[in-house]
Design a protein around this ligand. Structure first.
Ligand SMILES: [Zn+2]
Length: 162
């Protein structure tokens, strides 16, 4: 089943996700960015729209911005939560993709705080154990260092919260 909606001023048609078995954490590997920026990058690679479901800002939306504290740790939505994403080849049909803006392991305290809360909330909603929170490098078929840190650290915090 597919669903139509608008994003970044365009109509998009995506497929509903039938299963949700894991949360996959990414980094953008860029020093800046947000959902609109990544939408442009991903569409340039022939994705229908930004591939992540969530993006956690680091305080720099655009390349030449100075740091904006009010944007640090802000959660933005990419794809609707119930459709198949495009973020981890081989793992997309049953996962939710979350992207931290920046290069791992150098994320800010507000970003990690937002990530922990989001992972705990999504784990409750989908009935997932903390073991199902994965780094991109731990799923799918591509060799990648993404997200640049050991997600066992994240699982341990979420385990205490859920
Ligand atoms: Zn990734």
């Amino acid at each position: 089943m597919s669903v139509k909606f608008t994003f970044n001023g365009r109509v998009v048609d995506l497929i509903i996700r039938e299963e949700t078995n894991r949360l996959v954490v990414h980094h953008s590997a860029s020093h800046y960015g947000d959902a609109r920026e990544f939408d442009l990058w991903h569409r340039a690679r022939d994705f229908k729209m930004v591939g992540y479901h969530y993006i956690i800002l680091n305080g720099y939306r655009n390349q030449h911005d100075t740091y904006n504290m009010k944007l640090d740790g802000v959660l933005e939505t990419g794809r609707p939560i119930d459709v198949i994403g495009a973020h981890a080849k081989g793992a997309n049909p049953d996962s939710i993709g979350i992207c931290l803006v920046g290069k791992g392991p150098y994320f800010s305290v507000p970003q990690i705080s937002t990530l922990v809360t989001l992972c705990a909330d999504l784990s409750r909603v989908y009935g997932l154990s903390s073991d199902n929170i994965k780094g991109h490098r731990n799923v799918g078929v591509t060799g990648t260092a993404c997200p640049g840190f050991d997600t066992e650290y994240l699982r341990a915090i979420v385990r205490r919260m859920t």
